[in-house]
Design a protein around this ligand. Structure first.
Ligand SMILES: [Zn+2]
Length: 569
């Protein structure tokens, strides 16, 4: 949203919280950075990387520093405030505090929006925080902050950690491809394996936008087009709300904007320095030595589908021929229709006795099998959908409605995403997993679409509405339940589609392919298996730290469609 040019602000002179109005431009300075802000609105007008003498901000297209969307659909920003002021807080760090008030015209007379920005003395990192007080009973849907118009550079590249990471050299063109400004955004935890994105010129300068959230709170990273071929970046914070609304909202984490010189790899290294110290790495199953040995020893994966003679037989032949440990990644073993009959997986399509006996023979040959079970979909045309009243436990949007998804391109039968915050879905999935592992002999479950998350607004589900950490809390409970139920039979292997730091403590392996560069793999290779390619060798352990690797082209494993169109260019 561009600010209206004629907006009039009244400075709050003499307020206890704020120093006397300063006629100068609000400026922050460190050895590495200089940040300047519009004295009338608070928009970022300069983000100068001093060493590179490069300003990352497109000063011709300033954006409102923040916007807030309310549940009633109204969107407010600095343009709705009648009073704006700033001050310099005391302390060793260079900092600024901005305050917007006077939202009477939008019926929020008690609202105060506070933004704090600070720089460390020596570094090239800025830290940003926002708080909204006095919301009353007005429910907040999302807050977009900070919003930065990014200056065009030659050889401009956008790098986004969409699972293994994607790189785009035509981001600005793609965001204006339809003749009007477009938008792309990705959720974390979920499609974003890491909480960051970067815009840079090859070999620098570059701008890394990240957050330091350790609680897996829902947020999205976005890039969008602006007038005059502009491009901007922002972080979308999705609060948890009650039916009665919340008086205050303040994300518990900060947004970091860091200047760097290099490319996507440099940006990933910068993020890695923080991420590698976090609990999800320390508590990853691989770091804790919990990953079953057979999974670590697998040299070749066979991805196949169908009945056991066509799946396990070729795997045994490959193992004999190669003289290497082979494991099986088994789709459409189940009796229900593919991509529409979930979760009616049982019995197997060839029959229970045949399936169980074939798996037992494979075990005798040292072959293990992961079987496919989608982690969140329920076919809306299945008998069980009606019989079990599954709709009640499916994800609902802000309008209270389902958002059906179609994956089976032949029948076009819709599926619904079940809510990870409901005990009903967790129990349903765990029941089936227990039957597949304990009853059939499967060695593990491939949880399709595992590394994704959704917001849900069904007040009957018992979780906070909207964002928060409840989706990951639900996944943690589901994982624990499945492992506990299977413990008496075997150490079940749980794997998932995609990859994400949030799932490192819960999944033994993650299935991702790299369209371009593999940001995630080198960063967390010591914490989780990330096989790549349909038949792949084990991920080598990097010596000392991340090592550059060539990223060979690989095709997608999943038979489900991608959750997000890939970046191109
Ligand atoms: Zn829900």
């Amino acid at each position: 949203m561009l600010l209206p040019s004629l907006t009039v602000f009244v400075f709050a002179a003499g307020e206890p919280l704020l120093a006397a109005p300063d006629p100068a431009t609000p400026t922050l300075e460190s050895a590495g950075l200089r940040l300047r802000f519009d004295p009338a609105h608070g928009s970022v007008t300069q983000f100068l990387d001093k060493a590179a003498t490069h300003d990352h901000v497109d000063a011709d297209s300033p954006f409102a520093l923040w916007t807030a969307a309310l549940a009633d659909g109204r969107i407010i920003g600095p343009g709705e405030a009648t009073r704006f002021s700033w001050r310099t807080p005391s302390g060793p760090e260079s900092g600024l505090e901005f305050l917007w008030r006077g939202f009477n015209e939008v019926d929020l007379p008690g609202l105060q929006v506070t933004v704090r920005v600070r720089l460390t003395s020596s570094g090239a990192t800025s830290r940003w925080k926002i708080a909204l007080d006095g919301l009353g009973d007005r429910r907040l849907r999302e807050v977009r902050f900070p919003r930065i118009a990014v200056a065009r550079q030659d050889d401009e590249t956008l790098a986004v950690p969409i699972w293994m990471g994607e790189r785009c050299r035509r981001a600005r063109q793609l965001l204006h491809a339809a003749g009007r400004p477009g938008r792309r955004q990705w959720e974390y935890p979920g499609l974003l394996s890491m909480q960051c994105l970067a815009l840079y010129r090859e070999a620098g300068p570059g701008l890394l936008v990240s957050t330091d959230d350790t609680a897996f709170l829902r947020k999205l990273f976005a890039v969008f087009g602006a007038e005059r071929d502009g491009l901007a970046a922002e972080v979308v914070h999705v609060p948890s709300v009650t039916r009665d609304g919340e008086e205050r909202y303040e994300p518990t984490y900060e947004v970091l904007a860091t200047a760097f010189r290099g490319d996507w790899y440099t940006a990933a290294e910068s993020y890695r320095a923080w991420a590698i110290e976090q609990a999800w790495v320390r508590e990853s199953r691989r770091r804790r030595g919990l990953t079953p040995r057979w999974l670590l020893d697998t040299a070749l994966w066979v991805w196949n589908r169908g009945r056991s003679p066509g799946v396990l037989g070729p795997a045994a032949a490959l193992q004999a021929h190669a003289g290497l440990p082979v494991s099986v990644f088994w789709h459409w073993w189940h009796g229900c229709a593919y991509d529409s009959g979930f979760p009616e997986y049982l019995p197997p399509r060839e029959g229970e006795a045949s399936f169980r006996q074939a798996l037992a023979r494979a075990h005798g040959q040292g072959i293990h099998a992961l079987i496919y079970m989608n982690q969140r979909l329920w076919g809306m045309t299945t008998r069980s959908w009606s019989a079990q009243g599954a709709e009640r436990y499916a994800v609902k949007g802000p309008d209270g409605k389902l958002a059906p998804e179609v994956y089976n391109t032949f029948t076009r039968a819709p599926c619904a995403s079940m809510c990870m915050g409901t005990e009903f879905w967790s129990r349903t999935y765990a029941d089936t997993a227990e039957a597949a592992v304990g009853g059939l002999g499967a060695d593990g479950i491939y949880m399709d679409q595992a590394c994704s998350s959704l917001a849900c607004y069904d007040p009957e589900h018992g979780h906070p509405l909207g964002g928060g950490a409840w989706w990951m809390d639900g996944f943690r409970r589901l994982e624990g339940d499945v492992r506990t139920r299977c413990a008496g039979v075997k150490d079940v292997v749980l794997t998932g589609e995609g990859c994400g730091e949030a799932w490192l403590p819960h999944l033994d392996a993650m299935l991702s392919t790299a369209l371009h560069k593999k940001l995630h793999e080198f960063r967390f290779a010591e914490s989780c298996l990330v096989p790549s390619g349909r038949i792949s060798s084990r991920v080598p352990k990097p010596a000392g730290g991340p090592a550059r690797r060539n990223s060979g082209a690989a095709s997608r494993h999943s038979t489900s469609r991608p959750l997000q169109k890939p970046l191109q260019g």
